[in-house]
Design a protein around this ligand. Structure first.
Ligand code: FES
Ligand code: FES
Length: 172
């Protein structure tokens, strides 16, 4: 029997500790916002936070969450108004949307560690999150806007000024 929290709620689990966190979130809790992409820590679609740090839930065992806090896209902000989520809306980032919860969780973790990342730091942090639709330029711009929002405590209706959208396309 192990215990941990998911989006602030206490949970216990007595099954196979080797089960990936992603399986537990989607199949046992019905938290389907976190996606399965590659299952091999290669795409970032399954990114959630474990004690505030971005992890790939497809390759992280549920046993490793014992005593810790898991946060999924559903729990990032109760109203979906985390600065990263506001910035994502402002920039209309998603296309098909499949990769986006992972992208948002990765970006939120980055800004938690580094409130004012440089262009290169954004690229370095986000490069493990693959988007088959190629929304990378909007992702990059939205991360910068989110950082500006967080630093200025804005409401999400402004912050486009100064956004640097000059970032090279990356290849999948
Ligand atoms: S599904 Fe976990 S990294 Fe691709
Ligand atoms: S928006 Fe379609 S995979 Fe990223």
């Amino acid at each position: 029997m192990m215990s941990f929290k998911v989006n602030g709620q206490s949970k216990t689990f007595s099954g196979d500790g080797d089960m990936p966190i992603l399986w537990y979130l989607r199949d046992e809790l019905g938290l389907s916002g976190t996606k399965f992409g590659c299952g091999m820590a290669l795409c970032g679609a399954c990114t959630v936070h474990l004690d505030g740090k971005a992890i790939r839930s497809c390759v992280t065992t549920i046993a490793s969450a014992a005593g810790k806090d898991i946060t999924t896209i559903e729990g990032l902000d109760s109203k979906g108004n985390h600065p990263v989520q506001k910035a994502w809306r402002e920039h209309n980032v998603p296309q098909c949307g499949f990769c986006q919860s992972g992208q948002i969780m990765q970006a939120a973790s980055l800004l938690e560690d580094n409130a004012s990342p440089s262009d290169q730091e954004i690229i370095d942090s986000m490069q493990g999150n693959i988007c088959r639709c190629g929304t990378y330029q909007r992702i990059h711009a939205a991360v910068k806007t989110a950082a500006e929002m967080a630093s200025k405590n804005l409401t999400g209706n402004s912050g486009k000024g100064g956004v640097n959208t000059i970032v090279k396309n990356r290849e999948l």
